[in-house]
Structure formats: C-alpha cells, structure tokens
Ligand binder design. Structure first.
Ligand code: DAH
Length: 344
C-alpha cells in the first residue's frame, strides 16, 4: 500500500530533525521559525491534517503530535543550553587578575596637622576648635589688640560687609579666648583651624591658610616650660638633631613674645635657598600670655600664668616636603596630592 503523502512528509521532517545540530541561540531561533512558528512546516502539516480522510486520522494525528513534541523538545534544549552558555560567558572569571584599585591619599596639610596633634597629645594637650567667622572681641579686643592696630585694617582682615563687628578670623588665637572664657584653668590644649587674610595670592602668600595654636595655662607655668615644649615640638617634627633659637618679638597678646627659628631642616644649617643661606628658618610665634588677656577672660593673672604659641601648617608642610608654591595646597591637582600617600 502506498504511503499517505502526509506520512511521507512527517517522515522526511523527522529525518531532518534527527540530523539536526543546534549550536547557537541564533540557530535555535531559525529552527523555531522554520518548523514551529505559525507558518512553520510542522504547523502547516496540522492545517493539511484537517482534510485527511477519517480512516487515517488516528495514526497520522498521533505521528504528527509525536513529531511536534520532538521538534519542541529539540528547540527547548537548544535554546536553554545556548542561553546558559551566553550567561556563563558573562560571569566573572575569578581566576583573572584584579583591576588596580586606586586609593585616595591624605592631603599633605592633614598629614602635618595630624602629626602636630599627635605630638601635643603625647604631652597631655587636648584639641579644641572655634568658629571661622569671628567677632571683634575674640579675634582682636580680648587679645589685647589696640583699637588702631594695623591688623584690624581692611587691608589685612576680611570683614563681613553687613556686620562691621564680624570678620573671618585672621588667626586661631581667637579660640584661646573662647576656651578661657568657657572654663577655668588649667588649660592645656591645641586649636587647629583655617584662617583668612586679605592678601594677594602668590607662591608665598594666600588669602586663607591653616594654623595650630597651643595654650597652656596653670599655676607656675614659666618661660622655661615654653622653651622646653618648643624644643620637644621642633625635634619631634623635624628630627632629633634640630636646634632652636628664640628671637624677641612682639604680639599684643603675649609678653614677653618671641619667634622661634629652627636649624634649616633642608641643608642642616649649611645654607641653602630655603633658609636664604642663614641656616635658620622661622616657624612660629609664641610668648607668655599677656595679663590683660587673662583678665579679659576672668582669669586672675596673679594666680595663673601660661604660654601660647601659634604656627602656620602650610609653613611646616613647605619645609617638611620642600613645596615651592603655597598655591599647590589648594589647587586639588592629583599629581601633587598623590605624592603624599602615606598608605593610611
Ligand atoms: N596669632 C599669631 C599670628 O597669626 C601667631 C601667634 C603668635 C600665636 C604668638 C600665639 C602666640 O599664640 O603666642 O601671627
């Protein structure tokens, strides 16, 4: 008996399926379009099947369903394995070498400020802070500045235009006053912070910079305590062979006042352009706190004495790292900042 044409067709597709190899997602999709989509060959066989004579329907219907299931299984298998391998390709290869992870670094001024803080912490000084927008009393008057002192001049100080009594603090000495007003001696603290001066910006001057102030008030504090503290500070900061020298100076809030030089850390005293061939560089101002300042803060100068000192953090950093231009500290140039990576 001759085979029904539909059976011939089913068998030929079946052979095609047997010979099939679906390697990629694209091939699986091509296969679905060719055999299983609405206009696909297997779907068309179902259309033809509607006209099949009743006596063949059962057998042909069965083989048609078997063929369809086989094609669907082949397609499913192919698309799931190809999807799987695509996913696998995207997955992380844990054996591959890692990407370099770029760490930030501390700002050189923070490194120096932290170092100064640690040096003072070791001899019992705590840390205090005060506001950067300050009133005349704390920045000048309480610190014994005469009314006509040049530091009060518009040329040095940024005043707040709408508040004539307010200014950007010109030094951290203002925090001394705030601390002494708020408590009773003994005081042993350092006061780091940003200060502002009305200066033209250049390699050697800036309109803002940073200072650390130190204050020690107690009974019987003498100039000898100041001198020994300065020697300790200088040697901790610049090395144990560092020499110091004190030159008489004037500040309204200290009496006597001095400026401290250290033996040049760059040329070790031989003479170089950092120390202008003198072998010494100035690093801070200091003195015994003026009795008027103590009185202004309701502290009895007959009972208590003390010393204060103030230094520019930029100045210390410039000497330590031999930075030639002050502006580099505030330009946020990563090529500069990256050089101070201390590895946390
Ligand atoms: N305030 C001074 C300045 O900005 C620095 C200074 C000098 C602070 C002497 C002090 C001091 O505490 O005793 O130039």
């Amino acid at each position: 008996m001759e085979k029904h044409p539909l059976v011939v067709e089913i068998e030929s597709i079946d052979q095609e399926l047997n010979a099939l190899q679906l390697g990629s997602a694209e091939q699986a999709e091509q296969f679905r379009l060719k055999y299983l989509s609405k206009k696909g060959r297997i779907s068309l066989l179902f259309d033809t099947f509607r006209a099949v004579e009743p006596q063949y329907r059962k057998d042909i219907g069965k083989s048609l369903n078997v063929l369809k299931s086989k094609a669907e299984a082949a397609w499913k298998a192919a698309s799931s394995t190809t999807n799987h391998s695509a996913k696998q390709a995207q997955q992380t290869d844990y054996s591959a070498p890692g990407w370099p992870f770029s760490l930030g670094s501390r700002h050189p001024l923070s490194i120096v400020a932290n170092e100064i803080q640690e040096i003072f912490n070791r001899i019992g000084f705590s840390v205090a802070e005060g506001p950067e927008i300050e009133d005349d009393w704390h920045n000048f008057s309480a610190l014994n500045f005469p009314k006509d002192h040049p530091a009060r001049d518009m040329q040095d100080t940024f005043f707040i235009s709408t508040e004539p009594e307010m200014a950007l603090r010109t030094h951290t000495s203002s925090v001394q006053i705030r601390m002494m007003e708020a408590g009773q001696p003994p005081f042993r603290m350092i006061m780091p912070g940003r200060v502002y001066r009305n200066e033209a910006v250049s390699a050697r001057a800036h309109c803002f910079f940073h200072q650390v102030e130190a204050l020690y008030i107690d009974q019987g504090v003498s100039f000898a305590d100041l001198k020994q503290t300065l020697l300790y500070l200088a040697r901790e900061l610049f090395g144990k062979d560092t020499q110091i020298r004190l030159r008489p100076s004037y500040f309204p809030f200290t009496e006597p006042s001095a400026e401290m030089d250290i033996s040049c850390s760059v040329c070790k005293g031989d003479g170089c352009n950092i120390c202008k061939y003198s072998g010494w560089v100035e690093i801070l101002g200091c003195g015994m706190v003026h009795p008027n300042v103590l009185r202004n803060c309701n502290i009895d100068p007959e009972k208590y004495t003390g010393f204060a000192l103030g230094m520019g953090i930029e100045r210390i950093a410039i000497l330590k790292y031999q930075v030639k231009d002050l502006r580099l500290f505030s330009q946020n140039d990563l090529r500069f900042l990256k050089q101070f990576n201390t590895g946390w």
